[in-house]
Design a protein around this ligand. Structure first.
Ligand code: TXA
Ligand code: MG
Length: 359
C-alpha cells in the first residue's frame, strides 16, 4: 500500500483552502473504510470509522495489536455522544463540560451502534473529544466517529510526531496527516464512569485531583503504579508491556548525587560487558553522567516538557541501538503520576531505590 502524507500547517479557522480540501479527502478515506493517522494534542492516532467493524479489524492488523484491546472512539461534538453511549450519567456530562475538548477519555456504557470489534468485545466504550483542530476537522469529515489507538506498532512508544508515525506505519495505512508535534506527548487520561466511585484507569494530563474537583471522589486503579498487586489492570491495554524500548530500562530513585554515582557505576560495568548504555536525565544532573548516550528530558521543574519529550527519547535510544538504559525517577504527583506510570511500564517495573531515600 502506498501511504500518502499530507502536511497541515494551519489551525482551525486558518486552514488554507488546499488544507481543508486535503482533510475532506482524508475524511472520505475514513468513510470508505480506510485508515488515516492524524495528530491530536496528546499523541498521533491511527484512525478508522468506529462504527465499521471492518475498519476496526484493519486497525488491529496495521498495529499488530491484540484484538481484545479496545479502541477509543473520537468525536468532534459533545452532542454526538448520545449515538454511541447509553445511560449517560450526570458525571459524564459534568466532565465533558469541564474537560472537552481535551485529553480526557471516558468509559461509558456502549450503545448497539458500536460494534464489538471496536470495543474489544466489551459492553463499554471509551470516548474522547480531542482539542486538536486537525483532528476535529478530520473527525467531522470522516463521519463523526473515529476509532483511534496511538499510531505506533504495538509495543513501541506512542508517536509524538508524524516522523515516528511514518517509521511505524509507512505502507500499512492509507494516509498520514502531519500536523506538527504533540503538545502534551502522553496519552489521554482514562476515567471509568461505569463504576462508582469513578476510577482513573490511565493517568494523564488531566489529573485525578482535577477530576475530583468536579466529581468529588475519584479512585485510582490500584494496579497502576505497582507491579506486585497481582491483579489485572482494568484498561485491557495497560496490561501489555506497551511503551517498551528495545534496551533494558531501569529507573533509579534516590538523592541526586547518589543516583548519578549509581548510574555511572552501572554504565561503566555494562560498558565493559559490551553494552551500549543510555541515560534519561534532567537538565539539572545532565553534566554528571558518563555513558554512551545521555539525553535530557528538560528541567526537573518543568513536568510538561518532560511529558512532551519522553517518548521521543525512548525512540532515539531504539534508533541508536542502546541495550541498557537508566533513568532518573520523578515524583508521582500531578502530571508526574502519568510520567512515572509510562516510565515504570517501559521499565517492566524495574526500579532501584537507593538507601536513605523514601521516594
Ligand atoms: O491520547 C490518547 O488517548 C490517544 C490519542 C490517539 O487519542 N489514544 C490512545 O489509544 O492512547 P490507545 O489505543 O493506545 O489506548 C487506549 C487505552 C487502552 O489501554 C485500552 O485498553 C483502553 O484505552 N480502553 C479502551 N476502551 C476501553 C474500555 N471500554 N474499557 C477499559 N479500557 C478501555
Ligand atoms: Mg497505545
Amino acid at each position: 500500500m502506498n501511504t500518502k502524507i499530507i502536511r497541515i500547517q494551519g489551525q482551525g479557522e486558518n486552514f488554507s483552502g488546499g488544507e481543508d480540501m486535503a482533510l475532506r479527502e482524508a475524511g472520505e478515506v475514513l468513510r470508505r473504510g480506510g485508515l488515516v493517522a492524524f495528530p491530536t494534542e496528546t499523541v498521533y492516532g491511527l484512525g478508522g470509522d468506529a462504527l465499521n467493524p471492518e475498519s476496526s479489524r484493519k486497525i488491529y492488523a496495521a498495529k499488530g495489536r491484540p484484538a481484545d484491546n479496545p479502541l477509543i472512539v473520537h468525536i468532534a461534538r459533545t452532542e454526538d455522544l448520545a449515538r454511541i453511549a447509553d445511560r449517560i450519567s450526570e458525571s459524564a456530562v459534568q466532565l465533558a463540560r469541564a474537560f472537552w475538548p481535551g485529553p480526557l477519555t471516558m468509559i461509558l456504557h456502549k450503545s448497539q451502534e458500536v460494534p464489538y470489534e471496536t470495543t474489544g468485545g466489551l459492553d463499554t466504550v471509551a470516548v474522547r473529544m480531542p482539542s486538536h483542530q486537525v483532528a476535529r476537522r478530520l473527525i467531522s469529515y470522516g463521519g463523526g466517529y473515529v476509532a483511534a489507538p496511538s499510531a505506533n506498532l504495538s509495543g513501541r512508544p506512542s508517536p509524538t510526531s508524524a516522523r515516528y508515525v511514518k517509521e511505524d506505519m509507512d505502507g500499512r495505512i492509507d494516509v498520514i496527516i502531519d500536523g506538527g508535534d504533540g503538545e502534551i506527548g502522553l496519552e489521554s487520561t482514562i476515567v471509568d464512569l461505569t463504576v462508582s466511585p469513578p476510577q482513573v484507569l490511565r493517568p494523564g494530563f488531566i489529573t485525578r485531583d482535577m477530576l475530583a474537583g468536579v466529581l468529588g471522589q475519584v479512585d485510582l486503579d490500584r494496579t497502576l503504579l505497582r507491579a506486585d498487586s497481582g491483579q489485572a489492570p482494568r484498561a485491557p491495554g495497560m496490561k501489555y508491556r506497551h511503551y517498551a524500548p528495545q534496551g533494558e530500562l531501569t529507573i533509579v530513585s534516590g538523592q541526586a548525587e547518589q543516583v548519578t554515582a549509581y548510574i555511572n557505576a552501572c554504565a561503566a560495568e555494562d560498558g565493559s560487558r559490551g553494552h551500549k548504555v543510555g541515560v534519561i536525565a534532567t537538565d539539572e544532573e545532565l553534566p554528571g553522567y558518563r555513558a554512551d548516550l545521555v539525553c535530557s528530558l528538560g528541567s526537573r521543574r518543568d513536568e510538561e516538557e518532560i511529558a512532551r519529550r519522553l517518548y521521543g527519547i525512548l525512540r532515539r535510544f531504539d534508533d541508536e541501538k542502546v541495550t541498557r538504559i537508566y533513568s532518573e525517577c520523578f515524583d508521582d504527583t500531578g502530571l508526574g503520576q502519568a510520567i512515572m506510570n509510562r516510565l515504570l511500564k517501559a521499565a517492566g517495573h524495574r526500579l532501584v531505590v537507593l538507601e536513605g531515600n523514601q521516594k
